[in-house]
Design a protein around this ligand. Structure first.
Ligand SMILES: Cc1ncc(COP(=O)(O)O)c(C=O)c1O
Length: 483
């Protein structure tokens, strides 16, 4: 069978899929996140490479049912997980459209309206950060990425290029002394990966200890920079995290911006999760000072309810972004009068899918106000849950939640090792039947249970059920629970 389908086939398959997705969405408020523990399998599939095709409807049927019946459901309302949201339905439709139109975002000439939509979406984000164009010249530039890791990588590449412009062509070896950057002990590991890939080595990341609120200790940071300068290193960047992965802690961006001004360092805000707060008028102060950053990472596929993938890197140093990524090619049509820059000149990627349409369409259909409501509601739920923990006899709050992640632990569990075992046993018991998902982690070096309000479908009822499950779990002796 060739790839062409006739109109009737296309519609039959399309409606089938839409009906299926519709039923899936209807099930999400009460759907189990995964199968019970004894039915989960993690082996590989062993199908032979199909030489010839099969009936499309039957294959689609099979696949959809398998994916749902045997899958892990990040979009479920009972997923209190790792920053992966229930996608907005309108964004799901946008993805379908993008796949069909398949615009090539590398160049304006081959995407035109799609590129302009992307640039407009970046502008909307920039304006929410607080960056405005001056004299018709954008005071910022940015691009959609595959996610936060690529956005952080890009931002650190730009920071390095801004400080050591010759290194872009001649390499970091020509800098003469080792460049170093600073991030909190709680910052995301994509910072380590990025510095490794940039050729300055993962050890170039100075991990600075955090205070009791798990924010970078600014005095300690200042000392570390002074020590490095004395020792002949070349500090070039500070990474502030706005919403750590473990706890949702937000570094003091204002203090870091002051420090970076004084020491002439690039300030990058990794707001993969927390920078979404700029979409709320009421809560934008959660990331106060973000407008003073040189660059920002924001992941719409986290708190902005977008399906994978959608990250954004944005900077108010457009010339540095271009210096880092611009290359010349003889095979691309050039239109020097174009006001929209070809994306390949500001991105790590060449061929690029349109990750922006889903956010653009969601904003067009639901408006920013929908995010105002979402952020307010989820912060309220997180605070209500934290209050429940605070009043609990069995659990204690480890940290006041700044955003929507709650870190707590079993009360009076004994040594740190016993506490870790008790926390793990509770999580194991709560997640064993598959109906909901929470996790353990270490925050500030301490074992904690981590629950995150990330689905727009999560409501008070889901939290009450989680509380019941936690209470039932904590009463099971550790050894029995771990079975
Ligand atoms: C704070 C932070 N930064 C960056 C990332 C990386 O984002 P992505 O998974 O989209 O690459 C994450 C992922 O959870 C994160 O929590």
């Amino acid at each position: 069978m060739g790839f062409e389908l006739d109109s009737e086939q296309r519609r039959r398959l399309g409606y089938k899929l839409i009906d299926f997705i519709d039923a899936y969405f209807s099930s999400l408020p009460s759907r189990a996140v995964q199968l019970p523990a004894d039915k989960r399998t993690f082996g590989q599939l062993a199908n032979e490479l199909p030489e010839f095709g099969s009936d499309a409807e039957a294959v689609l049927d099979d696949l959809c049912h398998e994916l749902v019946n045997r899958g892990f459901h990040v979009p479920a309302a009972n997923y209190f997980g790792l920053m992966n949201p229930t996608p907005a339905y309108i964004a799901v439709l946008a993805e379908f459209l993008v796949a069909a139109l398949n615009p090539q975002l590398a160049t304006l000439a081959r995407s035109q309206l799609a590129s302009k939509i992307e640039v407009e979406t970046v502008r909307w984000i920039a304006e929410r950060i607080g960056w405005k164009s001056r004299d018709e010249q954008p005071a910022y530039a940015g691009t959609f990425t595959s996610g936060g890791a690529e956005a952080n990588f890009s931002a650190l590449a730009v920071a390095l290029a801004a400080h050591f412009p010759d290194a872009v062509d001649d390499g970091v070896a020509t800098i003469g002394a080792r460049p170093v950057l600073y991030a909190s002990a709680e910052s995301h590991h994509s910072v380590d990966k990025a510095t490794g890939l940039l050729g300055i080595g993962r050890n170039a990341v100075r991990r600075i200890r955090v205070d009791d609120c798990l924010r970078i200790d600014v005095a300690e940071l200042n000392k570390a920079i002074a020590n490095d300068v004395r020792a002949g290193y070349r500090p070039f960047c500070v990474v502030a995290t706005a919403g750590t992965t473990n706890s949702g802690a937000v570094d003091n961006i204002v203090a870091l911006a002051d420090l970076c001004d004084e020491r002439k360092l690039w300030l990058h805000v990794d707001g993969a999760y927390g920078a979404a707060a700029v979409f709320s008028d009421k809560h934008r102060d959660l990331v106060r000072g973000i407008e003073r950053a040189d660059s920002v990472t924001i992941d719409p596929h986290k708190w902005l309810a977008m399906p994978y993938s959608a990250g954004v890197v944005i900077t108010r140093r457009p010339e540095s972004l271009r210096h880092t990524f611009e290359v010349a090619t003889p095979y691309m049509p050039r239109d020097t009068s174009a006001l929209v820059v070809d994306n390949f000149k500001i991105s790590t990627q060449w061929s690029r899918r349109m990750n922006s349409l889903k956010l653009w369409l969601t904003l067009r259909v639901h408006g920013r106000a929908a995010y105002e409501t979402l952020i307010e509601r989820q912060l309220c739920l997180a605070r209500t849950f934290a209050e429940w923990i605070r009043n609990s006899e069995q659990f204690e709050l480890v940290l006041e939640p700044e955003l929507t992640i709650i870190n707590f632990r079993v009360k009076n569990a004994g040594s740190e090792q016993q506490l870790a075992a008790a926390n793990a046993a509770v999580v194991d018991a709560v997640t064993r039947d598959g109906s909901r998902w929470i996790s353990t982690t270490y925050a500030g070096g301490r074992s904690v249970i981590r629950a995150m309000i990330i689905s727009y479908l999560t409501g008070e009822d889901h939290l009450r059920e989680l509380q019941k499950a936690l209470l039932a779990a904590v009463n099971i002796p550790v050894r029995e629970a771990a079975r």
